[in-house]
Design a protein around this ligand. Structure first.
Ligand code: PLP
Length: 393
C-alpha cells in the first residue's frame, strides 16, 4: 500500500521495541530485569481507583466536553496554579488522553512547514518525530555534564534560535538525563523566547518527581504566561500510565484550536478517568509523596553502583526516574552496550541514541523497578560492562 510521504518522517519510541525483545527472551526462559520502560512500578493509589470505579457505576459512561469536565478543569487549574504560583482558569486547561497528545496538538496548531523548533537532544523522542512529521526544521540542543550533574546547553539554545523559531520545547526534569533547569537557565530561555517571539512548550510531566530544589516553570517569568503551553499529567505522578490522562495549560487563544483538534480526533477523554483525576488531585497526597521518597533511594543506589564500574560515569539526576550513564569508557557504542546488557547481562536498557543522535555514548536506565531488582541489575551490569569484579554498594 502506498503511504503518504509524511509517514516516512514519523519516528517512534524504541522503549516498546526493547520491551518486546526482552519479553521474547523471557519467553525462552531467560530472567530479565526491566530498566527500559519509563513507567512507575507502583499501583495507582487505591482512592483514585475507587473514584474511577464509582464513576463507572454511577453512569459516567458518556461523552464529556471536548476540553474536559468543568469540575476537572477547575481542579487542574487550581492545583497546577498553586504548584507553580500562577493564576490559571479552567479556560486555560485542555484535558487529553495521556499527556502525549498535548505535544502533538500544540505542534499541529502552531507549526507551518519550514518553521524551526528547538528541542532537547537527547530528549523525549516524540518531539523530534513530530517536528519532522510536520515538515518543521529541527534544532536539536544537546547537554553537557559539569560538577557531577547534567545541564541542558541553554547557551547553545540562546545562540541557535532566531525569528524562524516558532517553538522552543523544554523538559524539566528531563527524560532521559534527569537534569532540571536552574532559575538562571529558566530566565535565559524566557529571554530568548521573548526576543525571537517564540512559543514555549514546557514539558513538566516530571515536575512532582524532584529530589533537589523546587520546580520553577518558565511560565512564571515575565511575559511568559501568554506564550507558554505547559504539558503535565497523571501517568508518572500518580502511576496512571494505563488510564491515559494528561492535560495542557495554555493561553486561551491556543486552548481553543487545541480543543478543536480534540474534537477532530478523540472527541473527549474518558469520563471515569477524569473523575479519578479529580480524586488524585484533591485526595490525600501521601502515596505520590511516598513514591518520590522511594525513587530517591533507588536513584542513590543506582548512581553509586554505576559510578563504581570502571569505564562508566554517571551524573546525579535531580528529578524523574532515569539514570543516564556515560559508557564511552567501556569502548562500546550506546547500541552495543544496550544489546550486550540485554543479551549477555539480562538487563534491558535503552541506547542513548533512542533519544536523539547526541545521546551517543550513553544508555538510559529507568529506576522505576524495585530496590532489590536494581541491586541485582547493578551486579549484572558490572559483570557485563566492567572488566571488574561486581562489587556494588
Ligand atoms: N513527556 C515525557 C518527557 C515523557 O517521558 C512522557 C512519557 O514517557 C510523556 C511526556 C507522555 O506521558 P503520557 O504517558 O501521559 O502520554
Amino acid at each position: 500500500m502506498k503511504l503518504a510521504e509524511r509517514m516516512s518522517r514519523l519516528g517512534t519510541e524504541t522503549a516498546f521495541e526493547v520491551l518486546n525483545r526482552a519479553r521474547a527472551l523471557e519467553a525462552q526462559g531467560r530472567n530479565i530485569i526491566h530498566l527500559e520502560i519509563g513507567e512507575p512500578d507502583f499501583d495507582t493509589p487505591e482512592n483514585v481507583v475507587e473514584a474511577g470505579v464509582r464513576a463507572l457505576k454511577t453512569g459516567h459512561t458518556h461523552y464529556t466536553a471536548a476540553s474536559g469536565m468543568p469540575e476537572f478543569r477547575a481542579a487542574i487549574a487550581s492545583d497546577a496554579g498553586r504548584r507553580r504560583g500562577l493564576d490559571f482558569t479552567p479556560e486555560n486547561v485542555v484535558v487529553t488522553p495521556g499527556a502525549k497528545p498535548v505535544m502533538f496538538f500544540v505542534m499541529l496548531a502552531l507549526l507551518d512547514e519550514g518553521d524551526s523548533v528547538a528541542y532537547p537532544d537527547p530528549g523525549f523522542p516524540i518531539y523530534e518525530s513530530m517536528v519532522r512529521f510536520l515538515g518543521a526544521r529541527p534544532i536539536p540542543i544537546g547537554f553537557r555534564t559539569e560538577g557531577g550533574r547534567s545541564h541542558w546547553n541553554v547557551d547553545d539554545l540562546v545562540a541557535s534560535v532566531d525569528h524562524t523559531t516558532r517553538l522552543i520545547i523544554l523538559n524539566t526534569p528531563s527524560n532521559p538525563t534527569g537534569a532540571t533547569l536552574s532559575a538562571g537557565e529558566t530566565d535565559q530561555i524566557a529571554e530568548a523566547a521573548r526576543r525571537v517571539d517564540a512559543v514555549v512548550l514546557s514539558d513538566e510531566i516530571y515536575s512532582r518527581i524532584i529530589y533537589e530544589g523546587t520546580h520553577e516553570s518558565v511560565a512564571t517569568r515575565p511575559g511568559m504566561l501568554d506564550r507558554t503551553a505547559i504539558l503535565d499529567g497523571f501517568s508518572k505522578t500518580y502511576a496512571m500510565t494505563g488510564w491515559r490522562l494528561g492535560y495542557g495549560l495554555m493561553p486561551v487563544e491556543l486552548a481553543r484550536p487545541v480543543t478543536q483538534l480534540m474534537i477532530n480526533s478523540n472527541s473527549c477523554t474518558a469520563a471515569f478517568t477524569q473523575l479519578a483525576g479529580v480524586e488524585a488531585l484533591e485526595g490525600p497526597q501521601t502515596e505520590p509523596d511516598a513514591m518520590v521518597h522511594e525513587f530517591r533511594r533507588r536513584r542513590d543506589l543506582i548512581v553509586s553502583g554505576l559510578r563504581a564500574i570502571p569505564g562508566v560515569e554517571c551524573a546525579m539526576p535531580q528529578g524523574a526516574f532515569y539514570a543516564f550513564p556515560d559508557i564511552t569508557g567501556t569502548g562500546l557504542t550506546s547500541r552495543q552496550a544496550a544489546d550486550k546488557l540485554l543479551d549477555e547481562g539480562g538487563v534491558a536498557v535503552l541506547a542513548g541514541t533512542a533519544f536523539g543522535s547526541k545521546g551517543e555514548g550513553f544508555v538510559r536506565m529507568s529506576y522505576a523497578n524495585s530496590y532489590e531488582n536494581i541491586e541485582i541489575a547493578l551486579e549484572r551490569i558490572a559483570k557485563t560492562l566492567g572488566r571488574v569484579p561486581a562489587v556494588v554498594a
